[in-house]
Structure formats: structure tokens, C-alpha cells
Design a protein around this ligand. Structure first.
Ligand code: FAD
Length: 671
């Protein structure tokens, strides 16, 4: 557990910097299929020649409430959709959800005072905006912000807004994005309705923070806009049409292909968060020497693409869901027999977007596009209660949805995903009354996972190394362990590539060959995200790296680079790595490689290790010198370290030091 905390800290450091990587796919072809959703054909709204003025857009589409999101991993986007839906169903607001990067903000001052804008803003890394919020943030935080109607004292006096932030208190700049945006909007005279909410992922309370914030916010907004609450009735956002004339073999049917280019079999850059490169895996192997835990090393070949990277960048892996979980989802929702049926999904109102390309199949949607493995939101449980198979189950779902403590008591330790929860509450009944639209609305879209690139671009510019520890943990009262989506997918790829004799039975259920066998021969969809986590430009500068566990990933790249520079005769500065893991014989990854780097770098390279589960070798302490201050302080500090390290009280730790003295394990020669 100590390692986990450290891991998080180190990943926090890795997250440094802004990542302005905003290029978008522009090569999508024109829309042909009348049912197909335009976003996957034409790129974003702006590219399709639509307005970037959101006030105009609201007028055009008859909206009085716009909900902007700044989202990196999909949660903020999901909250924005939920607020839009709730605003409409409970208060009759005409809502629209909007991606911050699709609009300009100089016309903010023209938003009429009877309309409202929401900002649902995630903070990324070290207090940075998410990729899609960079432009907005630069605008509003700029030195000379110019609004369209010019510069009075309070140019945004008519502008009313609501704000919620998503952050993590283990980072220094906790929720700085929502705080900044709130401060800046207020500075320009805008008026906030309700409190600016803050959700904390670090404490694991994001969902509850959100739920607790939104009720008083709705009350304040209703009072401000004179809205009347009504009985909320579920209205689907998306319509599903069965495409009788099409089969999964029809060439226009998406079976998991992320966009039209991929459907047509062409791979064209730019490769980015909207368009992955299906990369061959050149090599893959296990880094741990124990059976029950896995850490995978991959070499991803980008030579066939326009992708490039520099040491310290991140690679995004686009996973697919495990077949076991796909089957469970389809079974519990009564869709097993329809899994290969071809359907089109259309937004029933013009500002909503279908999050995947269609026509497609239920199987492809669940396998490639929905985050079906994630924790279940309590609000979603409330929504689904209306569609329970029996009255009894409905009562239970309503209770789970409305009673926070009950929900956590029943589901907290189980790591349920949506299908497991429905299975559990449903007691063998099938949930076939749930409109499929509810799942598209209520689940996030399947997100790529980021990995710190663990190779040096100087050494291997066309091959990207990944070091990924496989997420798997036992759950009390459950037969099978909890398994992370992407890392078990990578494990399955590694096992297939190496023809491992005992592949994970769970891993075997992944559809590794991809849609229409496009990933066969061991491929994985990826894109690269540039980061500011960089070596000093002068190699002679000393560096100190702290990277326990997989936190070592980018530092393997750094050291690989410096070792190569040393071999080339470049003067390289001291290179010190602090690395920790459980046992030197189990999870000391890259141990022999570090020895090679040591040969190249000599005394310049120093590896300091700590093994948290090798406690058998008890060191002896010797203290000599000043008795009055120094020796006493050493005694006190040692006790503090023991207290912290072992999670015991300070008095207990002092007793441990006392016992060490008694056993001659702590000796003093002081005066
Ligand atoms: P997921 O399925 O996403 O699950 C992840 C966690 O979410 C679980 O462990 C659990 O705590 C929680 N969770 C998921 N589902 C549920 C549920 N139903 N109920 C309750 N809890 C749930 N990782 C590395 O190994 N190496 C790296 O070099 C690395 N670098 C990174 C760099 C960056 C910039 C970032 C942002 C992350 C990095 N990570 C790295 C982490 C990595 O992106 C993934 O988060 C990690 O591999 C887990 O992915 P997964 O899909 O296997 O697990």
C-alpha cells in the first residue's frame, strides 16, 4: 500500500506541464448515410462549417442553457450530459452540452441575462486545463481579454453561470481550474448561481460531491430563473433504428472501427485522440518474477505511421472490453440474441452527439465504445429504477439510488460494474425494459489509457516502450478478481504474442483480432500525447529521479538516453534514481538493464533501492556525537519515521526504538 501512494505521487509529477495537442482529424469523408452520425464523418462542428459563436448557436437551436465541459478522461463530459438531462427533465430547461474547444468566447458578453451557462471543469496534472479547455482558459486568463462589445468595467454583467470542478486533493493545485475560471468570470462582472462545487477524486468522493452539490445548485437556479420543478420522466436522447437491409458483413457497418477512414481500411494521420494508429507490437514480455502479479513491457512499432515522440511523452492505448464482461452486459440487458443486429443511433435533438459511428451492432458498441467496467454512479441507478423487471427490484433500486449510505454499504466493497450490479440486484431477472439510449447517456465512452513512455526517442525513435502493471485484485465475497480493462487487454496481447502456455482464461475472451481482423498479427490502437516532462537540454546537468513501481517508467527512458549519450562520448551529469518495490526477487523491474546502463555511465549512475517487504534484514543504528541536541533529535526523528512508515502512533514508535536500544540494535557513543 505504501507503494501505491508513492506511485500516485510520482504519477502526479509525471503529469507536469501543458499538453497543447489540439490537432484534429480533418480527413473524414462526406456524409452519405442518412442515419449516420455526422461527427464521425465530418470532424467537429467548426470543421463542418458551423458557428463557433455559442450565443448564436443557442439562439438557432432554441436553447436557454449551455453546459460546457473541460474533460480529459470523460468524467466531466459525463457530468455535463447528466446536468443537461436533469435540467431538461426536472426543470424544463432547454439544455445543450458543449465541448469547450468547439466554441470561441469573445461573444460571452452577448449572452442574454435570462440564459445560463454551466462550466464543468476538470483540472489536469499540475493545475492545467484539460486539452479541450486550453484555448478557453488562455482566452479568459489572458492579459488583454477582448469581449465583442468592448471594454466596460464589468463586460460580463449580463452573464450568469454555474460552476463545478473535478480535482484530486493529492495534487498541489487542487481544483485550480474551476477556482480560476470562477475568479476570472467574477472579475469580469459575471454572476455565479449557487456555489462553485468541487469534487475530489483523491478522497474517492467525486460522485458524492457532485450529487451533494447539485441539489442546492438546482434550487438556486430555479429561484433565479423562476423555474418550476416537475416530476422527472425519462426521455431518451438517442433513437435506435434497426437497419433491416444490413448485416455485420455489409461494408458500411462499423464493427468497432473508430471512424470512417478505419472502416474503409485506410490509416491516415494525424493520429490523435480522435483517430488512433493501429500499431504492431514488435515485442512483449513479463517484467515480474512472480506468478500472481504481472507487469508488461511492450515495444510498440510506430515506423509505419507519422507518429513521433520525444523522451518523457505519453502514449495512449485504446482498449477493448473483455468478452466476459461484454457477454455479461448483453445477457443482463436481454440483448444477447440481438448482439449482431445492425442498428443506427441518432440524436433525437440537434445538439446531442452520438459518441460512436453508426450503423453498427450492439456487440460493437458494448465492446469498443462504452466504459462498461467502470464504477456505477448512484444517480444512474436511480434512473434505471424505473425500468426494473419487478416492483420489488424497483424498490431496491430506488433505495440504492437515493440512500447514499445504503448504496455504499451494498456496493462499495464489491467493485461492481453496471452489469454486475444489475445482475446482483436483479436476482436472475433480465433488464430488458431499459431503453438502450439510457446506457449511451449514462455510461462514459470507453477511454484510451495513458502510459508514460519508458524508452528514449534518441535511442529508439520508431519504437515506443510501455511499462504497465496489470490491475487485478481479489474482492471479498466474489469468485473472480476485479480486473482493469486496458492492462488485462495488454496482458492478453502479450500472452497471445508469446504463445504463453497458461494464458489467463479471462484474457482469452478479449477480441484481440479487432473489428474485421484489423488488429490481427498483434496490433494495438494508439496515439501519442506530448508532455513537458523532459530531461534538461544540457546533458551535463545532474538529475535526481524518484520512481517506485511503474513510476520508474519514464526514468527508464531518461537513463536509456543518458547511457547512450555517455557511449557517444557526451559529458553526462550525475544520474540518480530512487526505486522501490516489494522484493528484489519479485518485482525489481529492469534490474539487469540497469546494470548495463551502469556499465555505460559508470559512477555517474546511482541506483538507490528500497524493498518494502524484505524486512528480515534488520539494520543496526550507531549514533555518535553531541548528546544534548543531535542524538536526541535522531532518536525522535527515527520514531517519527517508524510511526509514519508503519502507521503506528508516535508513542508506540518510541517504544520500538526503546526496544531496539535494549536489543543493542540502537547504540550510542555520545557526549
Ligand atoms: P481500469 O479498468 O481503468 O481501472 C482502474 C482503477 O479504477 C481500478 O484499479 C479501480 O481502482 C478503479 N475501478 C475501475 N472499475 C471499477 C469498478 N467497477 N468499481 C470500483 N473501482 C473501479 N500505469 C502504468 O502501469 N504505467 C505507466 O507508465 C503509467 N503512466 C501513466 C501516465 C499518465 C499520464 C496517466 C494519466 C496514467 C498512467 N498510468 C500508468 C495509469 C494507466 O493510465 C491506467 O490507469 C492503468 O493502467 C489502469 O488501467 P486499466 O484500464 O487496466 O484499469
Amino acid at each position: 500500500a505504501e507503494l501505491d501512494t508513492l506511485d500516485i505521487l510520482v504519477l502526479g509529477v509525471i503529469l507536469l506541464g501543458t499538453f497543447a495537442y489540439l490537432t484534429k482529424g480533418t480527413l473524414w469523408a462526406k456524409q452519405k448515410d442518412p442515419y449516420a452520425n455526422a461527427a464521425y464523418l465530418n470532424g467537429n462542428a467548426a470543421k463542418a462549417g458551423k458557428t463557433r459563436n455559442f450565443v448564436e448557436k443557442m439562439e438557432e437551436s432554441g436553447k436557454n442553457c449551455i453546459i460546457f465541459y473541460g474533460s480529459q478522461t470523460g468524467t466531466a463530459e459525463d457530468y455535463a450530459s447528466r446536468l443537461a438531462k436533469e435540467g431538461k427533465s426536472r426543470f424544463g430547461l432547454e439544455t445543450m452540452v458543449a465541448d469547450l474547444e468547439e466554441y470561441d468566447f469573445d461573444a460571452m458578453d452577448t449572452l442574454p441575462s435570462d440564459k445560463i451557462a454551466f462550466f464543468v471543469m476538470a483540472t489536469y496534472g499540475e493545475g492545467e486545463p484539460t486539452d479541450n479547455a486550453v484555448e478557453f482558459y488562455e482566452f479568459i486568463n489572458g492579459d488583454d481579454v477582448a469581449f465583442s462589445q468592448g471594454g466596460e468595467d464589468a463586460p460580463l454583467d449580463n452573464f450568469h453561470y454555474v460552476a463545478f470542478g473535478l480535482g484530486n486533493n493529492t495534487y498541489e493545485h487542487y481544483n485550480s481550474m474551476v477556482r480560476d475560471v470562477d475568479r476570472l468570470l467574477t472579475k469580469y462582472g459575471a454572476h455565479r448561481i449557487g456555489n462553485a462545487g468541487e469534487g475530489d477524486d483523491g478522497a474517492g468522493t467525486m460522485e458524492e460531491d457532485f450529487l451533494a452539490w447539485k441539489e442546492p445548485m438546482w434550487a438556486a437556479l430555479a429561484a433565479h430563473m423562476g423555474l418550476e420543478e416537475r416530476e422527472a420522466v425519462y426521455e431518451p436522447v438517442f433513437g435506435i433504428t434497426v437497419r433491416e437491409g444490413l448485416t455485420p458483413q455489409s461494408p458500411e457497418v462499423y464493427l468497432g472501427e473508430p471512424n470512417k477512414m478505419h472502416l474503409e481500411g485506410a490509416q491516415k494521420g494525424p493520429f490523435n485522440a480522435h483517430n488512433p494508429y493501429i500499431a504492431p507490437i514488435a515485442e512483449s514480455y513479463e517484467l515480474f518474477k512472480v506468478k500472481d502479479r504481472n507487469c508488461i513491457h511492450l515495444e510498440i512499432d510506430i515506423s509505419g505511421s507519422t507518429l513521433s515522440y520525444t523522451t518523457g511523452d505519453h502514449i495512449a492505448i485504446w482498449p477493448t472490453n473483455a468478452g466476459d464482461e461484454v457477454d455479461r452486459f448483453l445477457r443482463v440487458t436481454g440483448l444477447t440474441d440481438k448482439r449482431e443486429q445492425v442498428i443506427s443511433v441518432k440524436a433525437l435533438e440537434p445538439t446531442a452527439k452520438v459518441p460512436f459511428p453508426t450503423p453498427t451492432t450492439y456487440d460493437a458498441i458494448v465492446r469498443y465504445h462504452l466504459e462498461i467496467g467502470a464504477p456505477v454512479s448512484r444517480q444512474f441507478v436511480s434512473t434505471l429504477a424505473a425500468f426494473a423487471p419487478t416492483e420489488e427490484i424497483k424498490t431496491e433500486m430506488t433505495k440504492l439510488g437515493s440512500d447514499k449510505d445504503y448504496f455504499h454499504e451494498k456496493t462499495g466493497s464489491q467493485l461492481f460494474n453496471i452489469a454486475r450490479l444489475l445482475e446482483h440486484v436483479g436476482n436472475g431477472e433480465t433488464w430488458d425494459k431499459i431503453p438502450f439510449s439510457a446506457f449511451i447517456e449514462g455510461l462514459t465512452k470507453l477511454q484510451p489509457r495513458y502510459y508514460s513512455i519508458s524508452s528514449s526517442s534518441h535511442v529508439q525513435p520508431k519504437k515506443i516502450s510501455v511499462t504497465a502493471v496489470v490491475e487485478s485484485s481479489m474482492v471479498v465475497g466474489r469468485q473472480d478478481p476485479f480486473r482493469g480493462v486496458a492492462t488485462n487487454y495488454l496482458l492478453a496481447l502479450k500472452q497471445k504474442q508469446n504463445g504463453d502456455p497458461e494464458p489467463s482464461p479471462f484474457g482469452l475472451t478479449y477480441e484481440l483480432h479487432g473489428p474485421r481482423n484489423k488488429y490481427d498479427g498483434i496490433h494495438v490502437p494508439v496515439h501519442v500525447r506530448h508532455s513537458n516532462f523532459k530531461l534538461p537540454s544540457d546533458p551535463a546537468k545532474p538529475i535526481i529521479m524518484i520512481g517506485p513501481g511503474t513510476g520508474v517508467a519514464p526514468f527508464r527512458g531518461f537513463i536509456q538516453e543518458r547511457a547512450q549519450q555517455a557511449r557517444e562520448g557526451i559529458n553526462v551529469g550525475r544520474t540518480i534514481l530512487f526505486f522501490g518495490c516489494r522484493k528484489s526477487t519479485e518485482d525489481f523491474m529492469y534490474e539487469s538493464e540497469f546494470e548495463e546502463y551502469k556499465k555505460a555511465l559508470g559512477d555517474k549512475f546511482e541506483l538507490v533501492t528500497a524493498f518494502s517487504r524484505e524486512s528480515s534484514k534488520k539494520a543496526f543504528f550507531y549514533v555518535c556525537g553531541d548528546a544534548a541536541n543531535m542524538a536526541r533529535e535522531v532518536n525522535t526523528v527515527l520514531a517519527q519515521i517508524i510511526a509514519e512508515g508503519r502507521g503506528v502512533s508516535e508513542s508506540k514508535a518510541e517504544e520500538i526504538v526503546k526496544n531496539m536500544r535494549a536489543a543493542n540494535q540502537y547504540q550510542e557513543d555520545v557526549w
